[in-house]
Write a protein that binds this ligand. Structure first.
Ligand code: IMP
Ligand code: MG
Length: 185
């Protein structure tokens, strides 16, 4: 696929739709095994995880979990451009009180780890019974800060990826049903 912008680039498929389905189903099984008879709150990190949380919540439902609250938190780390800012901003807060709840943060990708560490600290201060994180992707080589991620879908190399919720330049490619790597020419 080719998109004409200020820079010309192509998107190379890294994770197909079929593989994404398997990855999300596997993550759901891990969460199900641990929490199937309990109530959980899924916290989707906006904007990137809207696709992931939607598929994950339905995968949990198919497994038989029915006490799931879906909530969202907005955290802005990138603005436009492809390098992470170290001063993330909370742009939308949760609707629900998570005190004494089992809370699972749903992230699209963990890169440097800064946004997740900010979010984890913020949510821990609200005294949940348990706080865990599920991430579809992890770029381990880019990690600058230690964060715990209990469930990881796939470890990927240090390349900028788009699709399945992940954007390029704050706008494009979130709608791709697969994950691709942006290649500049
Ligand atoms: P971190 O704070 O550096 O870990 O950045 C995490 C956030 O940056 C993720 O939740 C994504 O929204 C975004 N991000 C990191 N890497 C990529 C990428 O390769 N493509 C698109 N967004 C990314
Ligand atoms: Mg994100």
């Amino acid at each position: 696929m080719l998109y004409m912008d200020s820079t010309t680039h192509t998107i190379e498929t890294l994770i197909t739709e079929t593989e994404l389905k398997v990855i999300v189903a596997t993550l759901a099984e891990q969460i199900y095994r641990k929490y199937h008879n309990q109530e959980i709150v899924l916290v989707g990190v906006l904007d990137g995880s809207y696709v992931m949380i939607s598929d994950l919540a339905r995968a949990l439902s198919r497994l038989g979990m029915n006490k799931i609250t879906v909530d969202f938190m907005g955290i802005d780390t990138y603005g436009s451009g492809t390098t992470s800012s170290k001063d993330p901003k909370i742009t939308k807060d949760l609707k629900h009180d998570i005190r004494d709840q089992i809370v699972i943060i749903v992230e699209d990708i963990v890169d440097t780890g800064y946004s997740l560490s900010v979010l984890q600290a913020l949510l821990l201060a609200r005294k949940p019974k348990k706080l865990e994180t599920v991430a579809l992707l992890s770029k381990d080589a880019r990690r600058e800060i230690q964060v715990s991620v209990e469930y990881i879908g796939k470890h990927i190399p240090n390349e900028f990826v788009v699709g399945y919720g992940l954007d390029y330049d704050g706008k494009y490619y979130r709608e791709l049903p697969y994950i691709g790597v942006v290649k500049f020419s």
